[in-house]
Write a protein that binds this ligand. Structure first.
Ligand code: PEP
Ligand code: MG
Length: 293
């Protein structure tokens, strides 16, 4: 990385038409948060909270979750951070939850689906996020959303968590925004319904590509099908962006595609306002957007 890239990385990207594009980080640890800041991230577009609990024997209690989140948020200061609630299942085996390969596989009880049938786990995590958010700019995001009703349930759970903290007299801060990941083709194709109940959408192109192409992310022999340039994936992205634009809902992309030089500018041309990626990709993509957008 050149010295020029490092200096430029800290500056926000402004396109020739005056539009700002947030170039933000995907993180899952305090070390990642430090790397994000060092790379000049404008914020965090995806905090994968399951990575904080992946190999623990039991889920950490609420106070421990608050402490873990605070440690990360303190590194990020006043940068906006999108916290994703637990995405357990699929390719993410959370030991503490005793998941089953079939039942909690890619098409099973995964992500928000799992949390909605385990409301106590969701409630504790939401309370922890709202408590840790004091003094920071935190938004919430749900993974693996399929239909709008799930988003309504998620929002109700956020309200319930806030209400319980209010009753307890525990200090908390409401999330700036409550959004969802679009990574299931059904959610992308019915994005008008999803957008009606979401403050923002963030496209998980890893899973969206996988589900669209019916190709498992973990099976080497079908990896060639996991191509975001595939016609079907491109059409789904077009539809999603058109629906979101019509609804006036901002679109972010937090799958690997956001950090790939061959796709980043195309996403921005579609109206995507935020690209979230591994910290190491941030200086490269910022420079590319300044030069080509
Ligand atoms: C995705 O699916 O694109 C995504 C960002 O989520 P994850 O990779 O954590 O499933
Ligand atoms: Mg995903």
């Amino acid at each position: 990385r050149t010295r020029r890239q490092v200096a430029a990385a800290a500056e926000p990207v402004v396109l020739p038409d005056g539009r700002h594009v947030a170039v933000v980080a995907n993180i899952g640890s305090v070390a990642d948060a430090r790397a994000a800041v060092a790379s000049g991230a404008d914020g965090v577009g995806l905090l994968r909270t399951e990575l904080l609990v992946l190999d623990r024997d039991t889920l950490p209690d609420e106070d421990t979750q608050v402490a873990d989140l605070r440690e990360i948020l303190e590194v990020l200061g006043d940068r906006p951070v999108v916290v994703r609630v637990l995405d357990a299942g699929g390719d993410k085996p959370v030991t503490a939850l005793n998941l089953d390969n079939e039942h909690n596989g890619f098409l099973g009880l995964r992500g928000l689906r799992y949390l909605l049938v385990h409301p106590d786990i969701l409630r504790i995590q939401l309370r922890a996020v709202l408590r840790a958010a004091v003094g920071h700019r935190v938004s919430l995001m749900a993974p693996m959303v399929t239909v709008a009703d799930e988003v309504r349930s998620f929002r109700a759970a956020v309200e319930d968590a806030a209400e319980s903290l209010r009753r307890d007299g525990t200090p908390f801060r409401m999330p700036e925004q409550v959004g969802v990941m679009v990574e299931v083709p059904a959610a992308a194709l019915a994005a008008d319904e999803i957008c009606a109940v979401s403050d923002f959408v963030s496209v998980g192109t890893n899973d969206l590509t996988s589900y669209t192409m019916a190709a498992d992310r973990t099976v080497t022999e079908v990896l060639h099908l996991l191509d975001p340039a595939a016609t079907a994936v491109q059409r789904i992205l077009d539809q999603l962006c058109a629906h979101a634009a019509a609804a006036g809902v901002p679109v972010a992309v937090c799958g690997e595609m956001a950090g790939m030089t061959e796709f980043a500018a195309g996403l921005v041309r579609r109206g995507v306002h935020e690209l979230s990626m591994a910290p190491a990709r941030i200086p490269v993509i910022k420079e590319l957007l300044r030069d080509t957008a």
